[in-house]
Design a protein around this ligand. Sequence first.
Ligand code: FE2
Ligand code: FE2
Length: 259
Amino acid sequence: MNKLRNYQNASNNIKQFYKTNRSKQTLQYIQSMILKYCSSFSTKMHIWKIAEHLNKLVDISDPDLTLPNIIHAFQSAEYAKECGEPDWMIFTCFIHDFGKIIYLFEDHENGISSKEQWGIVGDTFIIGTELPDQLIYPEFNYLNPDKDLRLYEDGCGIDKCFVSFGHDEYLWRVLQNIDHKLPDEALYIIRYHSLYALHKEEQYVDLMNDYDRKMLPYLKRFNKYDLYSKCDKEYNLDNMKKYYINLAKKFGCEYMNVL
Ligand SMILES: [Fe+2]
Ligand SMILES: [Fe+2]
């Protein structure tokens, strides 16, 4: 298997993406995006419709993925299934990136569009505290205006922190608004799966509380399916449809209010 997440040879576009992301994701930006896009979700959409929309989006921050997102959703979920994971984990793998649907707002100025994705994708980081050297392209850390704020107390818990805005936070907020039956572990995975500094680089330890320490192993377990399922395999959408819609029904997620 080729080395994944290799940013050494990544295209200049990816580097430029991270430069913009690091400099524009500020406390004020996150708060305004939550207010603007997460206050009311008024479009009721079938899970399959969300999946079809994702099929039109390719994540520009990902050096390993050139396939549409829906294929990545199947690859992750099918790998989790092969490994004998329970249904909730398989379904979490399937939907973990569905927050990327936010691209439909086509808000270029705020990085929320298929062209400008710096408010949707990429690794996330915590705003209002020192930026770890373990972030991708740490040479851009100095560009973040809020890095010296020291906003948080030790042990406050990751959910008290402002994490850079993107598809993780968006889907987590979508799910707060529907009567789903997913366990807490699934929600934690959805909200923090792009926070590689936390689950891969062991950073932010001082900010964690007991709940984070309980949830972290699930996030690490999930990451295997997110990352190591990437391959050139493609799927017939019609064959997959029935199985995943049934899973969505089981977890009360057949319809979600998005956008
Ligand atoms: Fe993701
Ligand atoms: Fe993913």
